[in-house]
Design a protein around this ligand. Structure first.
Ligand SMILES: [Zn+2]
Ligand SMILES: [Zn+2]
Length: 246
């Protein structure tokens, strides 16, 4: 099967999946009208199953994304350890540089645990009186006297009820499925640290992998070689050719 056929199959799969998501999650404007048309084409049973799966994944507290998160990190670090670290060690890269992704991983796991286990700022009857004084009502987005129908308490300014956790959260940002917790007033700092260490991990592994590839290309002398193009003419190997072949 050639590349174009594979790409077209992938595109069909992607469009069908997005259409199915659109039908099950609704939408607005032209997106809503398109999903209404598609709902006549997609079997009702498939719509129901997808709807239930989406509800289970995104609207209930579940460890599924936490497990997926751990598996993804394990896959990346397994690949780094067996494919990159070993070669870089043989090429005498600095040990501290090679250990940097592991140090960042330790920090990232710490922030992950702090963020997912910490109280995000749940508003209870006992702390409501103090929380309500923290931010003033602006009269536009946050108005005084609005009750949360589930918690049966007045909503403090900048708070929101999380339907996944079933509680009102102080200075809420969002509910994070990857951490299986709300991000609010009391764990936002850990969340920022978590994102920073995650970004630093990705940057460190990318930089080390790119340095390894550059080293291998220079050692092999490929840049001084030539290749025959489609017309049979000899061409010098350039960076674009190397990227395409690799
Ligand atoms: Zn509430
Ligand atoms: Zn939540």
């Amino acid at each position: 099967m050639d590349f174009l056929t594979l790409f077209l199959l992938y595109l069909c799969f992607l469009v069908s999946f997005v259409a199915l998501l659109g039908v099950c999650s609704g939408g607005r404007g032209i997106y809503h009208r398109s999903s209404q048309v598609l709902s006549f084409v997609i079997p009702t049973q498939l719509q129901n199953v997808t709807h239930q799966a989406l509800h289970r994944l995104f609207y209930t507290r579940s460890c599924l994304f936490v497990v997926l998160h751990i598996l993804l990190e394990a896959a990346v670090y397994g690949e780094y350890t067996w494919e990159v670290f070993v070669y870089c060690w043989e090429l005498q890269f600095h040990l501290l540089l090679l250990l940097l992704p592991y140090l960042l991983l330790a920090g990232n796991v710490g922030c992950f645990l702090l963020c997912s286990r910490a109280d995000p700022g749940i508003i209870t009857k006992s702390n409501h009186a103090s929380v309500v004084k923290v931010y003033a009502y602006d009269g536009v987005l946050f108005q005084k006297g609005i009750l949360c129908p589930t918690c049966n308490m007045e909503k403090p300014a900048r708070s929101k009820h999380c339907s996944v956790c079933g509680v009102c959260v102080q200075r809420v940002d969002h509910h994070c499925v990857w951490l299986n917790n709300c991000i609010g007033a009391r764990n936002a700092r850990y969340f920022l640290l978590y994102l920073s260490t995650l970004t630093a991990m990705a940057a460190a592994i990318t930089t080390i992998s790119a340095a390894l590839l550059r080293h291998l290309v220079l050692l092999s002398g490929m840049m001084h070689g030539t290749y025959l193009d489609e017309q049979g003419h000899e061409q010098p190997v350039g960076i674009f050719f190397l990227v395409q072949v690799q």
